[in-house]
Design a protein around this ligand. Structure first.
Ligand SMILES: Nc1ncnc2c1ncn2[C@@H]1O[C@H](COP(=O)(O)OP(=O)(O)OP(=O)(O)O)[C@@H](O)[C@H]1O
Ligand SMILES: [Mg+2]
Length: 272
């Protein structure tokens, strides 16, 4: 993965396959009620694409907020890109966040600015020189298919277009990790799939590690990626890609067996 000047430095330059997100025995209790997240353990490696699913209130957003250090766990440890988020000082949090791109269900664009400015803003914050900003923003808007609407005020875009811009903004600084909380929650099925394809493209082309929270079963099933399923704050399923591959292998084997059976039947038929 090639990083252009983003004005930030990194405590680690993750290698393919290295652990970039690690949660150890993490719990989060907002009040005296049942914990929102309870004894959660998982690791995400550089370049992985992970879905987090689960019913409403199961703790998915709480989990993401702890990864972006918007929230601290009540107990357990969170480590992201070599930053120990339990110990990070407040002054270092902005620098840590430069490594993350974040996308939300409700887009959260700057409504008084146009498409170009919304994306360029992310680059200005990290003080990228203006010539490079122009190049990077153009390249990003091109990738999400919004280059021709760069002057349009974002309030005059469809939901799908707004999410494309939000995605361009999240990716323009070439973050190591993209975190998305229900990025397709406000979109119709076809637009949702287009946005998910773009996120997949960022993962494939830039090598960005991706964690997507979603309710959308159809998308999860179509994508064939690792799925972490939450229920009442706990992980009840974590199917790494390998397992899915094994399933696929098993399915292929079954298909093969079926073909053989059919062949045998055919043979029998002709013999009689
Ligand atoms: N700021 C908060 N203060 C108190 N309780 C909270 C707060 N945020 C979330 N909770 C509670 O924590 C639990 C988990 O919430 P969370 O938002 O993580 O769920 P979720 O899986 O993202 O749900 P959804 O699919 O509806 O977005 C819920 O019971 C919720 O009511
Ligand atoms: Mg949520």
């Amino acid at each position: 993965m090639e990083f252009y000047d983003n004005g930030g430095d990194h405590p680690m330059t993750p290698e393919q396959g290295e652990v970039v997100i690690s949660l150890k025995n993490v719990s989060k209790q907002y009040s005296r009620e049942a914990p929102a997240v309870s004894h959660v353990n998982f690791e995400v490696r550089e370049g992985e694409f992970v879905f987090i699913t689960g019913e409403t209130g199961s703790g998915k957003s709480t989990l993401l907020k702890m990864i972006m250090r918007e929230l601290e766990p009540t107990s357990g440890s969170v480590n992201v890109l070599g930053y120990n988020l339990n110990r990070i000082s407040h002054s270092r949090i902005p620098k840590f966040r430069r490594n993350l791109g974040v996308v939300f269900q409700d887009f959260r664009l700057l409504t008084d600015r146009n498409v170009y400015e919304n994306v360029a803003f992310a680059q200005r914050i990290i003080e990228v020189p203006s010539q490079k900003i122009r190049r990077n923003v153009t390249q990003m808007l091109d990738m999400v298919g919004m280059a021709d609407k760069y002057k349009r005020n974002v309030t005059k875009l469809s939901g799908g277009e707004q999410q494309r811009v939000a995605l361009a903004r999240a990716l323009v600084n070439k973050p190591y990790i993209l975190l998305a909380d229900e990025p397709t929650g406000n979109l119709d099925a076809e637009t949702a799939w287009e946005i998910m394809q773009l996120i997949e493209q960022a993962n494939r082309v830039y090598g960005t590690t991706v964690v997507v929270v979603t309710h959308d079963r159809t998308i999860v099933e179509r994508m064939h990626r690792r799925v972490i399923e939450m229920k009442q704050g706990e992980i009840i399923r974590d199917n790494p890609l390998e397992d899915l591959d094994n399933n696929e292998e098993q399915m292929l084997e079954n298909d093969y067996q079926m073909v053989q059976d059919v062949d045998a039947d055919d043979y029998g038929y002709y013999e009689n």
